[in-house]
Design a protein. Structure first.
Length: 294
């Protein structure tokens, strides 16, 4: 908590157009109650831009709003989400993000950006909750006919969003057998942030970062390679990035700050995970926990 408060004070007192990165969920499919499903919020210009929608995203955002005094993260204000890929652990919170803020009086549609397949996913979610929508709209709740809707934007690499000095770009990464998986580059007047999403080592991350202010990158500990499953090392190699590999990526990309998220620990601690990442001295390395702010 001390780290969070210090970073917020620095941002607020800098006199710049403050941009904050809030970790809403640093978890994986493992059911760790201390780490919610993967979700990151970039706060800029009084608005929240969400990246991925893991389980628990709306409650984590509401908790962050109250703990950190960030109104943009209050449930009715959650209006934009950018998906890195369609794995279940990154999208199980999408029905929550579509419907819960609407029930709590969101009056605008949710804007959903993602790879091919996002539209079909959203269409099926809306169909699954059609009776709920009908009862809330035509029953005693008198719900709006707009706030539950989701406008889908299926993306290709390049700039996909601009607003009030903020620019969001998509780049392709390799994530095993997924036909499309994305990383994101977010530029504001005071920060450049790169989010890897899930990926094996990808040259595109290095090129997108290029001495960026914050690089958020998934990582697994070398201890994960000692698992009992015979296919586990090959899975990790094809789908994810080891701390050893990430050290080489960071040494070339030279981010001012490297933040590990969506971590597979292999039984080690945050401190040990950070110690496995060998980067240049100019890069500060952190292992993120839910509600951290960078």
């Amino acid at each position: 908590m001390f780290k969070v408060l210090v970073l917020l004070v620095v941002a607020a007192g800098s006199g710049m157009a403050a941009t904050d990165v809030v970790i809403l969920g640093s978890g994986t499919p493992r059911a760790d109650p201390e780490r919610s499903g993967p979700a990151v919020a970039v706060i800029y210009g009084g608005k929240a831009y969400l990246f991925d929608s893991g389980p628990g995203v709306v409650r984590r955002a509401q908790a962050a709003a109250l703990r950190l005094h960030i109104d943009a993260l209050l449930a009715p204000n959650l209006q934009k989400v950018f998906l890195t890929h369609l794995h279940s652990d990154h999208t199980l919170g999408l029905p929550d993000l579509i419907f819960s803020p609407w029930v709590l009086h969101r009056t605008a549609p949710l804007e959903v950006y993602g790879p091919k397949g996002t539209r079909a996913m959203v269409d099926h979610i809306e169909a699954a909750w059609a009776e709920d929508v009908d009862i809330r709209v035509h029953g005693l709740e008198h719900g709006t006919t707009v706030g539950y809707q989701a406008n889908v934007h299926e993306e290709e690499p390049g700039v996909v969003f601009r607003e009030n000095g903020l620019e969001i770009s998509v780049f392709a990464v390799h994530h095993g057998s997924w036909p499309q998986a994305f990383g994101y580059k977010i530029k504001t007047p005071d920060k450049t942030i790169v989010i890897s999403g899930d990926c094996a080592p990808s040259r595109a991350v290095i090129e997108a970062c290029g001495a960026c202010d914050v690089l958020l990158h998934e990582a697994y500990s070398m201890a994960e390679l000692k698992g009992d499953r015979k296919d586990w090392p090959e899975y990790l190699h094809q789908f994810h990035t080891s701390t050893e590999e990430l050290g080489r990526i960071a040494a070339e990309a030279k981010p001012k700050m490297l933040v590990l998220y969506h971590q597979l620990f292999g039984g080690v601690t945050d401190a040990h995970l950070v110690s496995e990442v060998k980067t240049g001295a100019e890069t500060k390395v952190f292992s993120a926990r839910d509600f951290d702010v960078y």
